[in-house]
Design a protein around this ligand. Structure first.
Ligand code: FAQ
Length: 335
């Protein structure tokens, strides 16, 4: 953003709560003008507290989704049917860890602390995507996750590359490139199964049947029940509503399912000539809200595993911190 910069500092600026800030109206106008002009807001720019809080909430939830999302697929690394499939899956799961790291870094530019965000995830005070509370029962689920879950993630995240907050938007560019590879590997895996033996075809169909509806729920509640959309769209954090993106995803998936030789489990799915879009059946929102409350098939397993991984990784964090201290001491000594 060209205007409303805070004086240069080494850390993001956080005005003391309640401090009389006579410049605030001018700063707020400059912020509004920058957003209206499609300029990027950067970490040291002034921003409303609620804008900062909304970004921290969404980016943290996104980061948590990436690292929790490693679990359902990692479940299949040791059982991948060939060395090639195993190598691809390992690379994909590692990419998800990388996405988590970019996103936690983006949240840190807003003044959030990574330890605090992880603590909020582990104690259930922050969410991660509903989709990762479903189990991966067969190898075909790895394909369905790639095709549908990564496909939904891309549909949602491509517009986030134009998000008004610079660090989040820039992180999304690389994330989307990698997600695009993930989506293709899932599609290719499902295609191989669909064209395989009758048992393999049935396995692919069963996976699509189970992942279709939860994938549609990833886009969030219907617009009328979306508490944050209106303000987030004014701030250009979100560029499209939940229902718009969900519709876009359905329209993309229908021809892809046909090419795969698989069906989507929705008898009401049909092309609507007038709208130029597909009509689709009613989503079971009671299931979505129940999963969000912690009652999905895998909520407990996912968070228990995450807490355990965090505890078991304590020595790595300590070693990295000790190494960083030694490194900077050595640098100072030779300076
Ligand atoms: N799950 O007012 P809205 C991936 C909550 S990454 C859980 O509409 P908003 C990659 C929402 O937080 C997948 N909670 O909210 C991968 C709010 O609750 P709160 C993650 C949800 O933020 C692939 C309440 O409902 N992607 O898959 C969900 O404006 C394969 C009201 O909702 C992102 O996070 C949900 N699905 O819109 C990794 C993308 N939906 O906080 C591994 C960035 C809504 O007030 C393997 N996020 N809620 O308590 C976004 O674009 C937005 O945050 C939405 C929700 C669109 C998800």
């Amino acid at each position: 953003m060209a205007t409303a910069h805070q004086p240069p500092s080494t850390a993001p600026h956080h005005p003391a709560a309640g401090a009389a800030d006579t410049a605030a109206p001018a700063l707020e106008s400059a912020f509004d003008a920058a957003v209206a002009a499609d300029e990027r807001i950067e970490p040291r720019d002034w921003m409303p507290d609620a804008y900062r809080a909304t970004l921290v909430r969404q980016i943290a939830q996104h980061a948590h989704s990436e690292i929790i999302g490693m679990q359902p697929e990692a479940n299949w690394i040791t059982r991948a049917p060939s060395l090639r499939r195993k190598a691809i899956l390992m690379a994909k799961v590692q990419d998800e860890a990388g996405h988590g790291l970019y996103l936690y870094s983006a949240a840190e530019t807003l003044g959030a602390s990574r330890d605090d965000l992880l603590d909020k995830l582990h104690s259930g005070r922050q969410k991660y995507s509903s989709i990762f509370n479903y189990p991966t029962l067969t190898w075909a689920d790895v394909g369905a996750i790639g095709w549908l879950v990564d496909g939904a993630a891309i549909t949602n995240q491509v517009p986030l590359c134009r998000c008004s907050y610079g660090p989040y938007a820039r992180a999304m560019v690389r994330v989307c490139k990698e997600e695009s590879f993930h989506q293709r590997q899932g599609y290719e895996l499902l295609l191989a199964l669909s064209r395989g033996t009758p048992a393999q075809h049935a396995m692919a169909q069963d996976a699509v049947d189970r992942w279709w509806w939860p994938s549609l729920m990833m886009f969030g509640p219907p617009d009328a029940e979306s508490s944050h959309s209106e303000q987030s769209m004014i701030w250009k954090i979100k560029r499209h509503s939940n229902d718009e993106l969900r519709q876009r995803f359905v329209d993309i998936c229908v021809p892809q399912a046909e090419s795969l030789g698989l069906t989507l489990p929705d008898p009401d799915l049909k092309w609507n000539e007038e709208r130029g879009q597909h009509d689709f059946g009613a989503i079971d929102w009671s299931e979505f809200w129940s999963v969000l409350k912690g009652n999905g098939p895998c909520n407990e397993q996912r968070i228990t595993q995450r807490r355990r991984a965090h505890e078991e990784g304590a020595w790595v964090r300590e070693a990295a911190a000790a190494h960083a201290v030694k490194h900077s001491e050595r640098k100072e000594a030779t300076a």
